[in-house]
Every structure is written in structure tokens, then in C-alpha cells.
Write a protein that binds this ligand. Structure first.
Ligand SMILES: CC(C)N1CCN(Cc2ccc(Cn3ccc4ccc(-c5n[nH]c(N)c5C#N)cc43)cc2)CC1
Length: 245
């Protein structure tokens, strides 16, 4: 998978050299290119923003640098999928991550200020798929952190990125009958820590009972933290899961 990222703060993406993402890059699983938007400005101040038409607070990112950046990075007929984080975007979910993990080329546009002139996305749509996405109902100062989150959520789904000791199969929200349940509590050694023992069931070796206990704990946690997710559950799948263990 090729990833291109355009930002006025390219140093935000230094963390992509670390840990699993760094390994994925070195293994050739991901080919990541970070670009400074200001390289497509031509004035002495490298201006990327201006006042909003129609008035209002803040500044808006000018279209010209973005247009030149997209033309340089993805000259027609090349057509990456352009991903634009924005507070007004469609929700970015685990399903979004899974869908984007199947794409060969993603181009992330990191806005700042009050956002990018809307004509940039309109013009890009004439020659590539464009998705405006939001991480949630809170407000960031720009798109960089959102892109880091999205790249981590996407890349961990790529074959070879997660080590053998990690898996995506039991993720919350991963496709499957129990996809809407949150994970229950997890434990590791020691069996007793500060007088707190690991639940006996987990030490029993009874895999059927352990699976049922984990399902019940997941239901309990979901009911407590995200009750709205319980409405999505397929009651039959719950029963099937019971019968399967
Ligand atoms: C008209 C006028 C009164 N409005 C006033 C409030 N403005 C809302 C507004 C506020 C801040 C920003 C800062 N910003 C710039 C680029 C950018 C990308 C992503 C995000 C972002 N925030 N939260 C998420 N979940 C995001 C995602 N994904 C935020 C970004 C952008 C936009 C919109 C304009």
C-alpha cells in the first residue's frame, strides 16, 4: 500500500518511523511519502491560508497550493483515494479502516485553520475518489493527528504488520457476529497482584466456559459503556456462539 500525506507540519508524521508502522515500512508493506504543502507555495512567506469569503472566524487554506500538490503527487490519470479529515466528515469507523486497508493508494490531505477551500475537494472528485471523514464529535486543531489515527487503524489490518502475538480477529467492531461488543477485561501474570486475583474461570482450562465468561463480560461492559451497540447485535448469533463453544 502506498500512502501520501500532505501537511504544513510534516514532522507530525515522524512517529510513522516507530514500532509496527516503521517495521511495515522497512518490510515494504507500506510505502509512505510525507509532503510539506508549503513546497507548492511561491510567495516569500509561503502563504497557505487567507480570510474566509462571507466573513467569519479564522482562516481558510488556499486552493492553489493544494491543487498543485495533488497534481504533482497524483498526476492524471493516477487516481489515489483522497482522504480528507474534517469535523464535518462521515464517521471513520472500523469498517472504514477495513475498507481502506484494501486500497492500493491513499492520499491524506491534512487541513489546518478552519479547513481547506471546498473547491479543492470538488476539483479532485473530477479525477479521483474523495472521502471527507471525521474521527468523532470533538474538535481538533488540524488533520494531522486524525491522519495518524487513521493510518494506525488501517495499517494494523494489513497482512504482516501485526506480530504473531497480536491479532485483529477479536477487535471490538471487527466484522463478525459479535462485532458490536466491546472487549471484556484482560489479565496476565501474576495470578495475584496486590491481593487481587485473576478470575478463577480464566485459570480453569475450560475453554467453553472461558468463552462464555468472556462473552458475558463483553456484554456487561458494552451495556455499561455503549448500550446503543447492543441494539445492533444479532440475537441468533449470540445463541449460535453459545452453542458453538
Ligand atoms: C464557519 C465557522 C463558524 N465554523 C467554525 C467551526 N469550524 C469547525 C472547525 C473547527 C476546527 C477545525 C480545525 N481543523 C482543520 C482541519 C481539520 C481536520 C480535522 C479536524 C477534526 N476535528 N475533529 C475531528 N474529529 C476531526 C477529524 N477528522 C479539525 C480540523 C476545522 C473546522 C467550522 C467553521
Amino acid at each position: 500500500m502506498r500512502l501520501d500525506i500532505v501537511s504544513i507540519f510534516p514532522d507530525y508524521f515522524a512517529p510513522l518511523e516507530l514500532s509496527l508502522l516503521g517495521k511495515a515500512r522497512r518490510a515494504g508493506i507500506m510505502d509512505v511519502h510525507v509532503h510539506d504543502l508549503r513546497q507548492w507555495t511561491h510567495d516569500r512567506h509561503n502563504t497557505v491560508d487567507d480570510t474566509p469569503y462571507g466573513g467569519g472566524p479564522g482562516m481558510v487554506m488556499k486552493p492553489e497550493p493544494w491543487g498543485e500538490a495533488l497534481d504533482t503527487i497524483a498526476p492524471a490519470p493516477a487516481a489515489p483515494r483522497l482522504i480528507v479529515p474534517t469535523p464535518s466528515g462521515r464517521p471513520f469507523t472500523q469498517a472504514t479502516a477495513a475498507r481502506l486497508a484494501a486500497e492500493p493508494w491513499l492520499l491524506f490531505a491534512c487541513g489546518r485553520y478552519e479547513g481547506i477551500d471546498s473547491r479543492v475537494m470538488a476539483e479532485a472528485r473530477t479525477r479521483m475518489p474523495v472521502e471527507e471523514v471525521s474521527l468523532g464529535d470533538f474538535v481538533l486543531a488540524g488533520g494531522e493527528v486524525a491522519v495518524l489515527v487513521m493510518i494506525e487503524a488501517i495499517s494494523r489490518l494489513l497482512p504482516g504488520v501485526l506480530g504473531n502475538t497480536e491479532s485483529v480477529s477479536d477487535d471490538s467492531f471487527a466484522p463478525g457476529a459479535m462485532e458490536s461488543l466491546l472487549e471484556g477485561p484482560v489479565y496476565t501474570k501474576p495470578p495475584v497482584w496486590r491481593d487481587r486475583a485473576v478470575p478463577d474461570i480464566l485459570l480453569s482450562g475450560n475453554h467453553g466456559a472461558i468463552a462464555r465468561w468472556r462473552r458475558d463480560e463483553a456484554l456487561r461492559r458494552t451495556a455499561r459503556h455503549r448500550p446503543e451497540l447492543l441494539a445492533r447485535l444479532d440475537p441468533d448469533a449470540l445463541d449460535k456462539r453459545d452453542r458453538a463453544v
